[in-house]
Design a protein around this ligand. Structure first.
Ligand code: HEC
Length: 122
């Protein structure tokens, strides 16, 4: 009888410890499904902008008069042209960017984290 209660106690403690570990893991990696990255322009942002934005925001007459073809332009757009706001708008909003909704949730998260971290280049 004593042994049985003891093993129940041990089992409960074991399950309890495991759920603590699980909680720590979710704190470490965040609650989103996106890979935990410290986004830099070179490693992550340039590729997103190039594939999802430059089709319209490059060349001699870029859409909205806005070039996004290098680091300085993208930093400036995040500070002065509402880049961060526009990528979070629902597609039904005429100001949403990209207008056709080409960004994944992880792209948006990477861009917002990058802006919040002070737009590191590398
Ligand atoms: C299919 C073409 C297209 C794509 C792709 C596109 N844009 Fe745009 N963008 C436009 C047009 C057209 C405008 C001007 C009309 C407006 O202000 O909504 C604009 C305007 C903007 C503006 C506001 C400029 C200003 O000074 O007011 C920002 C910021 C912007 N886009 C960011 C982005 C970002 C970031 C991406 C990629 C994630 C992107 N756009 C992808 C067409 C596009």
């Amino acid at each position: 009888m004593r042994i049985n209660s003891f093993s129940i106690l041990v089992t409960t403690a074991f399950i309890g410890l495991n759920s603590c570990q699980y909680n720590v893991e979710s704190v470490l990696y965040g609650t989103s499904d996106c890979p935990p990255i410290e986004a830099t322009y070179q490693m992550h942002i340039a590729a997103i902008i190039e594939s999802k934005c430059e089709g319209c925001h490059s060349g001699n007459s870029p859409s909205g008069g806005l070039l996004l073809t290098d680091y300085d332009y993208v930093v400036s757009a995040s500070a002065y042209n509402g880049l961060g706001e526009r990528i979070q708008l629902p597609l039904s909003d005429p100001n949403a960017m990209p207008p056709n909704g080409g960004l994944s949730a992880c792209d948006v998260e990477a861009l917002l984290d990058w802006v919040a971290n002070g737009t590191p280049f590398e």
